[in-house]
Design a protein around this ligand. Structure first.
Ligand SMILES: Cc1ncc(COP(=O)(O)O)c(C=O)c1O
Length: 435
């Protein structure tokens, strides 16, 4: 059962295509493929920002050293707070008072009063008895799932499109795990029916919104299944925290489901523009995780990063305009793409996928977008099926109306050129005030 899991990464692709198992050979194959793609101007990864910013920057391409001023569409700072003067001021104050790193984990003196207060704040936000602050969102997921699922008495059911941190948690656990079809209540119920009674515990792990599709999970219906089949429910709110629910408290809050969900997780690297992960749960589960997860075995996040998150929470709680601005920009962008006839799949959130469904066209378009001052990363096989390759544009409060209009115009022209939309559907986008 443990093998039926989505395989991610080039290693899998290379091993299967070439039958190569020697690690040195695999590494050489990686290198050769990357050199080839770079020579064809098809290596879009590893581009970096010369002067990091949230919505526009000079972007440098390794190998060619080509640079280009671009609007950035691949960064998850939904609320655009990473350059907010209040956030920076608070982080600087914390740096002065508390210094830099913590030097050890939460359980051995790595936490300050700041860390403890942030945990309490998140417990309240998620309406849970306690919240634990992990050093990253990745280890919050992988560490929690692997610590909870300790043996053959537990089965983990995860959505097939789960983030790698969830899959890694399953792999590191000592329990069986199985994916169900993406957002499919039918497939989830089929598996619950089959395995309930065969395991002491079933843990169902879902994301409230999925980062490759921009669609949201049917949480209400999943909670209804929980009432029928009695399992533990873990919801990752990485892509909804900050702009769904009251004061951005997430989708479980918006749907009034917090008391039905056993674990509410979010990363702190997206809406709250810092680093870290939170898992909110009951005191009993928090106690278990404190004893046995990455919480105990990984250095705590620096106090300045705690203050970044605190400052972002202050801004989100005191200014509802921050959230409505994101939604206005998202709706404005989505409406124009839909009018042009682009296929946006089932997306609803500020993650806006544009389906291309042809790997060759995808790579050509990625380079054409870059040359037109638009930076995003192509979502390609094996991360998704070849027939589902796409772009992913992540709307961010720092994008201006001009940034959005420029992207729509360029996409429109490329969409016509590559047959993604019909010519008559394309007319130039015009500036519309958003704020
Ligand atoms: C759904 C989801 N969960 C967890 C993570 C991991 O969070 P972080 O990158 O902040 O460690 C990510 C990161 O992209 C994510 O998309």
């Amino acid at each position: 059962m443990r093998n039926d899991i989505p395989q991610i990464g080039m290693t899998y692709q290379i091993m299967n295509r070439e039958g190569i198992y020697d690690l040195k050979e695999i590494a050489q194959e990686y290198h050769a493929q990357q050199q080839y793609l770079a020579s064809q101007q098809q290596w879009g990864y590893d581009r970096y920002l010369k002067n990091s910013s949230n919505a526009s920057a000079e972007v440098c391409t390794p190998f060619s050293q080509q640079t280009q001023q671009c609007s950035i569409w691949s960064i998850n700072h939904y609320l655009g707070l990473n350059r907010h003067p209040y956030v920076i001021q608070k982080a600087q104050e914390a740096l002065e008072i508390y210094g830099t790193g913590c030097g050890t984990s939460a359980m051995s003196g790595g936490h300050s009063q700041l860390h403890k207060d942030l945990q309490t704040r998140f417990a309240k936000i998620f309406s849970k008895e306690e919240a634990l602050l992990f050093p990253t969102g990745f280890t919050a997921n992988s560490g929690t799932i692997s610590a909870l699922c300790r043996g053959s008495e537990t089965l983990i059911l995860i959505d097939r499109d789960s983030h790698t941190s969830i899959i890694e948690g399953c792999r590191a656990s000592a329990s069986d795990f199985l994916p169900f079809k993406h957002n499919s209540l039918q497939d989830l119920e089929k598996k619950l029916k089959k395995y309930s009674g065969k395991y002491v515990n079933i843990l169902v792990v879902v994301e409230s919104a999925y980062s490759m599709e921009g669609d949201i999970a049917p949480l209400k219906e999943i909670v209804a299944l929980k009432e029928k089949y009695s399992f533990l429910l873990y919801v990752d709110e990485a892509h909804t925290f900050g702009f769904y629910g009251k004061n951005g408290a997430g989708l479980c809050n918006e749907l009034q489901l917090t008391d039905k969900v056993d674990f509410i997780m979010t990363t702190l690297s997206k809406s709250t523009a810092g680093v870290g992960g939170i898992v909110a749960t009951s005191s009993a589960f928090a106690c278990m995780l404190r004893w046995s997860s990455t919480y105990t075995f990984q250095a705590a996040i620096p106090p300045a990063d705690v203050m970044v998150v605190n400052a972002c929470l202050d801004l989100i709680e005191n200014d509802s305009g921050i959230i409505s601005t994101l939604w206005n920009k998202t709706h404005y962008f989505r409406k124009q793409l839909l009018q042009l006839g682009f296929d946006l799949g089932q997306s609803q959130s500020p993650i806006v996928p544009v389906y291309v469904r042809d790997p060759k066209i995808l790579k050509e378009m990625e380079q054409a977008l870059f040359e037109q001052g638009i930076f995003t990363v192509a979502v390609q096989y094996p991360a998704v099926k070849a027939s589902e390759v796409r772009f992913r544009f992540i709307v961010n409060n720092s994008h201006t109306a001009e940034d959005i209009d420029h992207l729509v115009n360029v996409l429109g022209k490329l969409g016509v050129k590559y047959g993604l939309i019909k010519p008559q559907e394309f007319s130039c986008a015009s500036h519309t005030p958003l704020e």
